[in-house]
Write a protein that binds this ligand. Structure first.
Ligand SMILES: [Zn+2]
Length: 262
């Protein structure tokens, strides 16, 4: 299977992840954060054949030189996509400054991923994320302007599942994934309640937009053993409970294989 959303940023997290995932995961995508340097992540990924890197663009810094560096990495096949963080860096996915990034992804036929839906830095020095920017509906405009650019709405737009399904259903080039939504929050009763509700919400979205099932991918948002982003098994169980055996092949492997690696 392919895990399309992890934050395996060092050897320790890699080891902890492998303990949970075992041999099941053939590839885990490592999603860079805009506060991280690319170099150590490239080194990490080069040491492990089962990791692949998704780079990022720091939207509050000068963009053209970053794009030149990313183009080199695409050419050398060292990255398989780009992820952006609209809520944290205060821009809409449809903003003109995203256009050259979409153009670059399109040129190399690799996905542009948007963090969408809820944000988690509510407290502390990094607080200040805004929810209007990572609204999944805001991905629609970019998808229409760049129909050849593959776009991924991360986290199924949690908690805007129906809106996400609507955008994915409407645009041939838009995909989504289920990661980062059933975190370890509170006690086991709270976690079970969350899992149950999430499954119900996804079922509702699929009932309205059934075609979205085959554009949905498996992902965990695994970021190490420290809660809350330390879950693996609940995401596997969720996929098994919502999708038929045949559909599971797409969710666990085939869709991600097609859009990131073929
Ligand atoms: Zn993440």
């Amino acid at each position: 299977m392919i895990d399309v959303h992890t934050h395996i940023f060092n050897e320790q997290i890699y080891r902890d992840y492998k303990k949970k995932a075992g041999k099941r995961v053939a590839k885990a995508l490592v999603l860079q954060h805009f506060e991280h340097d690319t170099k150590p992540l490239l080194d990490l990924v080069s040491r492990h054949h089962d990791l692949a890197l998704i780079a990022t663009v720091h939207m509050e810094q000068n963009i053209p030189p970053q794009l030149r560096a990313l183009e080199k990495l695409f050419c050398a096949k060292k990255i398989v996509g780009i992820k952006l963080y609209p809520g944290y860096q205060h821009f809409f996915p449809s903003d003109k400054k995203v256009y050259p990034i979409a153009t670059l992804c399109q040129k190399y036929d690799k996905p542009l991923i948007f963090h969408t839906g809820d944000v988690w830095d509510r407290r502390g020095p990094k607080a200040g994320a805004m929810l209007k920017y990572p609204d999944p509906l805001c991905v629609d405009e970019l998808a229409v302007r760049f129909p050849e650019c593959k776009i991924v709405i991360a986290h199924f737009g949690f908690p805007h599942h129906v809106e996400t399904a609507q955008v994915v259903s409407k645009n041939k080039n838009v995909y989504t994934e289920i990661s980062g939504t059933i975190d370890e929050v509170g006690d086991s009763v709270a976690i079970n309640r969350l899992r149950h509700q999430y499954a119900k919400d996804l079922m509702r979205a699929f009932a309205y937009f059934p075609g979205v099932k085959e554009k949905t991918m498996f992902g965990t948002d695994y970021a190490g053993e420290r809660p809350p982003l330390n879950q693996f098994e609940p995401y596997v169980a969720l996929v098994k409970s919502l999708f038929s055996k045949k559909e599971q092949e797409n969710v666990f492997t085939k869709t991600a294989q097609k859009i990131f690696f073929d």
